[in-house]
Design a protein around this ligand. Structure first.
Ligand SMILES: NC(=O)C1=CN([C@@H]2O[C@H](COP(=O)(O)OP(=O)(O)OC[C@H]3O[C@@H](n4cnc5c(N)ncnc54)[C@H](OP(=O)(O)O)[C@@H]3O)[C@@H](O)[C@H]2O)C=CC1
Ligand SMILES: O=CC(=O)O
Length: 282
């Protein structure tokens, strides 16, 4: 996600400095004209605004607050925008550490996937420092098609987790439908087509359906990241709201992980369902 986002900024003429744990993954960006620094701290000290796109709460915290982390290069007047998907507590911790340096903090997780990231069509769910939001708005507009400012730090994360919760349940329901259609003698490709023409159509179904039918799961959104959101459990627990459908879907993502599918696309959750169906028949 970070690479296509940075690439769009470079193509828009921004002066970009990058860092990634595995340096070789920066090579395509360097060939587009980006500079490289040897640590997040050095990126932060050489840039006005630093964007972070990390796998999970642990890596987002480490890169912001760990040794040679971005916070070490932060100072008043600089901004840190964390576009990773993390949990509420992690986002607040990162925000606290960044603002303790005098810099501003914005959480800005994105809705969208690899293709929208490449096409500059992400949706930014931002919260935190409003003046930093206004300052980076032109950059968000290069990388995305829309942006929401949602108030205090935590609200962007909560919005992202709610959206992922809905998406995770939709995918499991779709997988159940595809599998069931096959079992009762229907062509699942026709199911995908019928759904695409009705009121429950979603781009996700048309995008992933044809490859799911072929049992192919080219990774756009890794399954481990869907399961990481724990079906929106964080926000739901904070207000004691039951989320029975999402919780059941999350169990299936856990099974999929245990089957070694963590790095495949999250649509591979259908394989967990197939395994469940098989074991119930024995
Ligand atoms: N893929 C998608 O469709 C979407 C993803 N997201 C969110 O975007 C973020 C990135 O996702 P995605 O690009 O798919 O994930 P990837 O797994 O492809 O990339 C994760 C990045 O995190 C880095 N990283 C992981 N662990 C560490 C660590 N301990 N220290 C330093 N760097 C680390 C990786 O570095 P290295 O290259 O060295 O492994 C890599 O740059 C996640 O938070 C995800 O939830 C949000 C919307 C959609
Ligand atoms: O929607 C994607 C995510 O990783 O969050």
């Amino acid at each position: 996600m970070g690479a296509p986002m940075a690439s769009n900024l470079i193509k828009a003429g921004c002066d970009i400095t990058v860092w990634n744990r595995t340096k070789s993954k920066c090579d395509p960006l360097l060939s587009l004209g980006a500079k490289f620094e040897s640590s997040p701290a050095r990126v932060a000290s050489s840039c006005d605004v630093t964007f972070a796109m990390l796998a999970d709460p642990e890596s987002a915290f480490e890169v912001a607050c760990g040794a040679n982390g971005a916070a070490e290069g932060m100072a008043a007047g600089k901004g840190y925008v964390d576009v990773s998907t993390v949990d509420d507590a992690t986002s607040k911790l990162i925000g606290k550490r960044i603002t303790s340096t005098g810099a501003s903090f914005l959480e800005a997780p994105v809705s969208g996937s690899k293709k929208p990231a490449e096409d500059g069509l992400l949706i930014f769910l931002t919260a935190g420092d409003e003046s930093l939001y206004k300052r980076v708005a032109p950059l968000l507009d290069v990388m995305g098609k829309s942006r929401f400012y949602l108030g205090d730090v935590g609200n962007g994360t909560a919005m992202k987790l709610v959206v992922n919760m809905v998406m995770g349940s939709m995918m499991v329901s779709f997988a159940e439908g595809l599998l069931l259609s096959e079992k009762v003698g229907l062509d699942p490709n026709t199911v995908v087509e019928v759904i695409s023409q009705g009121a429950i159509n979603a781009p996700m179904f048309s995008l992933k359906g044809p490859s799911m039918v072929k049992a192919a799961y080219p990774t756009a959104f890794p399954l481990k990241h869907q399961q990481k959101s724990k079906a929106g459990a964080g926000p739901a627990e904070s207000v004691s709201q039951p989320i029975p459908t999402a919780a059941a879907a999350n169990e299936l993502y856990k099974v999929a992980k245990s089957l070694g599918l963590a790095d495949q696309d999250f649509s591979a959750v259908i394989e967990a369902l197939k395994a469940k169906v098989q074991s119930s028949q024995h």
